[in-house]
Design a protein around this ligand. Structure first.
Ligand code: PGA
Length: 250
């Protein structure tokens, strides 16, 4: 199976000119790595123009954040319907930085259900803030999963991707140990299957947090994940190209 890499540009780059250049480099790197399914999540302001100008088949687009409501009085926000209309095929939902800005498990539940209805692939982000010996992080992640999947019918389970991103590893120097990810991947799958049925075996599980060209291959090989959600390294054209090429060669 192809590995999935989601390029989460966050609030970068600062200008349309730089965004075009970064996209051109991303496109080139993806063309050289056919084993990797690349999804670009640019700032929504750049999404339509990048998607409509793209003639290739290697890249797909995702939103970084979008509301479930179809419209209404939500100053500054955008909707899943709008990002779909702009050319996105997937939607990052419940990223830790959105949760920190006030998004709740209930919001993610609505967004995942609405994304599926709109034929968008939901990428549900989950992850604890910290770890303790008592293992409370498992309970925390289970709650996020139970809420996020609550509006998904059994037949649609396989259309959801889960990105496990421990908050303590986002923006950090090093990612989580791949063997810890392996353990978490087993837990995530078990939680989905136990609560929502056997369709949970089809859910793709990704890891995110401090992934770069150096550590990407090990995480994919030893972490039991189908892909990676990449922040910083996706906005550095050289680093991202090196990252895709190590996965291609692994
Ligand atoms: P990072 O961000 O790769 O810069 O740690 C990951 C993310 O937040 O998706």
């Amino acid at each position: 199976m192809k590995s999935i890499v989601i390029a989460n540009w966050k609030m970068n780059p600062a200008s349309w000119r730089e965004a075009k250049a970064l996209f051109a480099a991303t496109k080139k790197a993806a063309d050289k790595a056919p084993k990797v399914g690349v999804v670009v999540a640019p700032p929504s302001l750049y999404l339509r123009e990048l998607a409509s100008g793209y003639r290739g088949k290697r890249l797909r687009f995702a939103s970084q954040s979008a509301r479930a409501e179809n419209g209404g009085a939500h100053t500054g926000d955008i909707s899943l319907a709008q990002i779909k209309d702009a050319g996105a095929k997937a939607a990052i939902i419940g990223h830790a930085e959105r949760r920190a800005a006030g998004e709740t498990n209930e919001d993610t539940q609505k967004q995942v259900a609405t994304a599926i209805k709109a034929s968008l692939t939901p990428i549900l982000c989950v992850g604890e803030h910290e770890r303790s010996q008592s293992g409370e992080h498992f309970t925390f992640v289970a709650q996020q999963l139970k809420a996020g999947f609550a509006g998904v019918s059994p037949s649609a389970l396989g259309r959801v991707m889960v990105a496990y991103e421990p908050v303590w590893a986002i923006g950090a120097v090093a990612p989580m140990e791949p063997r810890q990810m392996h353990e978490m991947a087993i837990f995530i799958r078990k939680t989905i299957v136990e609560n929502f049925g056997a369709g949970g075996h089809k859910v793709h599980i990704l890891y995110g947090g401090a992934i770069d060209a150096e550590n990407a291959a090990a995480m994919l090989q030893e972490g039991d994940v189908d892909g990676l959600l990449v922040g910083r390294a996706s906005t550095d054209a050289k680093e991202f190209s090196a990252l895709l090429s190590t996965i291609q060669q692994a």
